[in-house]
Design a protein around this ligand. Structure first.
Ligand code: PGA
Length: 252
């Protein structure tokens, strides 16, 4: 059975003292929780400090981005090996903010997925349609093209290790979450696509999580859908109590 997973994407938030306080509270709140896989993705600069603060807990460390090259003259970039070296388990790839603000395309995202999988890290591969695309009725076409291009040339074994995050762009940071039914429909569609490119067993076992204005108040409804295996949480992950409630809601 798929284990639920809830990951906090802190984005460009927190100073070091706030990051430390947040982690300390999460450690306390989530000490007994084993049924749900939990991760936090602080800004790059706090990864070593947060890693230290998480030692001995069941919360995994993740990064919000990575560069696909191994090393060299790439000013300002961070490699998968470096992320692994400072204790990361997860790396968010293809987040819509990176696709739009930083102009990342499917080709770059594909290279990043390969780089991360090559180092034994778990990618959290984000996909999702914009509001215009949903209104035009081309959500499935967009999802299919993001999956096909993002996972191009990646083996079934590696796809099986990937967490897919469905994040409708119109729901991110807007307070407008997809209805549980809207999200479930797309999750089921993604699972079918994965079955088509890998196998029924991999599709059955792959973790597909939802992101976009997940809050303590709506988590239960969203996370109770049969093909929604957890959440990628932005804003609410900065509030230890709210994030804890979301994790509790993910228990099956
Ligand atoms: P949000 O962000 O929860 O603030 O909408 C989700 C995300 O960007 O992963």
């Amino acid at each position: 059975m798929r284990r639920p997973i809830v990951v906090g994407n802190w984005k460009m938030n927190t100073l070091l003292s706030e990051a430390s306080q947040l982690v300390a509270k999460l450690r306390d709140n989530l000490a007994g929780v084993t049924e749900v896989e939990v991760g936090v993705c602080p800004p790059f600069v706090y990864l070593p400090a947060v890693n230290e603060a998480l030692k001995g807990s069941n919360i995994g460390l993740g990064a919000q981005n990575v560069y696909f090259q191994e090393k060299g003259a790439f000013t300002g970039e961070v490699s998968a090996a470096m992320l692994k070296d400072v204790g990361c388990k997860y790396v968010i790839i293809g987040h819509s903010e990176r696709r739009t603000i930083m102009a990342e395309n499917d080709d770059i995202i594909n290279k990043k997925l390969k780089a991360v999988l090559g180092k034994g890290l778990i990618p959290i591969f984000c996909i999702g349609e914009t509001l215009e695309q949903r209104q035009e009725g081309i959500t499935e076409r967009i999802i299919r093209s993001q999956i096909d291009a993002g996972l191009d040339g990646i083996t079934s074994d590696d796809i099986a290790k990937t967490v897919i995050a469905y994040e409708p762009v119109w729901a991110i940071g807007t307070g407008k979450n997809a209805t549980p039914q809207q999200a479930q429909e797309v999750h089921l569609f993604i699972r079918k696509l994965i079955a088509h490119i890998t196998s029924d067993i991999i599709a059955r076992d792959i973790q597909i999580i939802y992101g976009g204005s997940v809050k303590a108040e709506n988590a239960q409804d969203i996370l109770s859908q049969s093909d929604i295996d957890g959440a990628l949480v932005g804003g609410a992950s900065l509030d230890a109590e709210a994030f804890t409630r979301i994790v509790q809601s993910a228990k099956r």
